[in-house]
Design a protein around this ligand. Structure first.
Ligand code: UD1
Ligand code: MG
Length: 447
């Protein structure tokens, strides 16, 4: 069983934020979420996060265990605090990672765990991810003797020669548990930052004749540690590019990945086309052959197949198949639109249920309403759902014809097959088949 310690108690002062650094979001998820997800995908499910007080208060919602490091005395101290909490297991393996590396992948974790294992009978007590990176860099430098790693030197303790080394410590490690428990008790803080450096375990092991195995990561972006909002934006761009690539490989056309903003855990069907300046967020789903965008936003939206959402906003709503929405429509709060409906331009629909083939084509507000199959809602129709105190329901039957500029003063009901004339102000229920007009609307003479 492999266990992981995620270090996240640092103050993250360079973010200049009231929030804990690892809770800042990249593509709709906190940075820490990505690290936990990569660990989980690599098969590591037992995770302990080292947190400060503020983070610990918020971390419960991740369903992950945490331990409080009340004073940030360095990464070595943080690991020691975590080990004090973890029940010792001989032969155990411990992965240590930082909570501020949202671009880390499951392959990196698999790689370091794998490299601890014996290779030609040569067991290592520690493996660590190293990375070549353009200079200057704030990362600790990997000092080698021959091909072997000898120690890690932090930037603030490095000589000019050491600063010229372009192989860095990514801050991701795997340890033999017994060796790690021993090594962290030996750490000292006689360095430029007066901190207990986890990185000093390397020279401790090497001096004791033990084996430390480096694993060179191919791409330094994967281990980008986020320290400020400039790096946060870089990480977001990279993550978004990955998410777009994933969906494109799964059969979705994304016209411009640079201006299409996705999040993890979306479902988008094949042959769906996403046009520029579009955001799809919060577990939204789109079926096959949909068109979304340009200039659209979906959040908690569920779309069937062949749905077009153009220049529109769909939030917390479900749409059937063969529906067109927009341009410039706003659907929100538990709106439910059935198959083959049409929602046209400048239409807002809130908390309403529209049956199959309903048309609301132009300039309408439909709120707290139920509209039956095949009904046509004329241009400029408004459900007057708010009486100044509470919201009231409007119920319209099937195959109703609501004339242009009708005001439906709720609570009110219009029966199946009824008709309202243009400009009607409907303040009383209209029976099925009745034709009304005027202000207030009255029955028209029977033909
Ligand atoms: C650390 C490494 C450095 C490496 C770099 C990669 C050490 C001494 N240095 O430096 O070699 O190149 O990461 O990003 O380890 N933390 C705690 N408690 C503490 C201190 C830190 O939980 O007392 C956490 C931080 O929240 C952060 C992580 O540990 O997530 C790394 O700490 P940070 O101070 O950022 O270390 P670096 O200076 O970046
Ligand atoms: Mg850092």
């Amino acid at each position: 069983m492999i266990r992981a310690i995620v270090l996240a108690a640092g103050k993250g002062t360079r973010m200049k934020s009231a929030r804990s650094k690892v809770l800042h979001e990249v593509c709709g998820r906190p940075m820490l979420w990505y690290v936990l997800e990569a660990l989980r995908r690599s098969g590591i499910t037992q995770v302990l996060v080292v947190a400060n007080e503020e983070l610990q208060a918020e971390i419960a919602r991740f369903g992950v265990e945490s331990v409080l490091q009340s004073e940030q005395l360095g990464t070595g101290h943080a690991v020691r605090v975590a080990l004090d909490r973890l029940e010792p297991r001989s032969g155990g393996r411990i992965v240590v990672a930082c909570g501020d590396m949202p671009l880390v992948t499951e392959e990196i974790f698999r790689g370091i765990v794998g490299s601890l294992e014996s290779q030609d009978g040569d067991e290592a007590v520690m493996s660590l991810v190293t990375v070549k990176m353009p200079l200057p860099s704030y990362f600790g430098r990997i000092v080698r003797r021959g091909s072997a790693v000898e120690r890690i030197v932090e930037v603030s303790d490095a000589t000019p020669e050491e600063l010229a080394i372009d192989e860095m410590n990514a801050g991701i490690y795997a340890f033999d548990e017994t060796a790690l428990r021993d090594a962290v008790t030996r750490l000292r803080n006689d360095n430029a930052q007066s901190e207990y450096y986890l990185t000093d375990t390397v020279s401790y092991f090497v001096d004791a004749g033990k084996r430390v195995r480096p694993v060179l990561a191919g791409d330094h972006l994967q281990v980008l540690g986020i320290n400020d909002r400039v790096e946060l934006a870089r990480a977001r761009k990279e993550m978004n590019a990955r998410l777009c690539a994933h969906h494109m490989r799964d059969g979705v056309t994304i016209v411009d990945p640079d201006t299409t903003y996705l999040e993890p855990e979306l479902e988008i069907g094949v042959d769906t086309v996403i046009y520029p300046n579009t955001t799809i967020a919060r577990l939204s789903k789109a079926g096959e052959a949909c068109v979304v965008g340009p200039n659209s936003r979906l959040s908690h939206a569920v779309l069937g197949d062949r749905v077009a959402v153009r220049e529109s906003v769909v939030i917390d709503s479900t749409i059937g198949s063969d529906v067109s929405v927009g341009p410039f429509a706003h659907l929100r709060n538990e709106t439910n639109i059935a198959d083959s409906a049409h929602i046209g331009n400048f239409v807002e629909i809130k908390k309403s249920k529209l049956a199959r083939r309903v048309k609301v084509s132009h300039l309408s507000y439909v709120g707290d309403a139920t509209i039956g199959e095949g009904t046509n809602v004329g241009a400029g129709t408004i459900t007057c759902n708010f009486d100044g105190e509470k919201k009231n329901q409007t119920i319209v039957g099937r195959d109703v014809s609501i004339g242009s500029n009708t005001s439906l003063v709720a609570p009110v009901e219009v029966g199946d097959g009824a008709l309202t004339g243009a400009g009607s102000v409907v303040i009383k229920d209209v029976p099925a088949g009745e034709r009304v007009a005027g202000n207030p609307a009255r029955p028209l003479p029977k033909k």
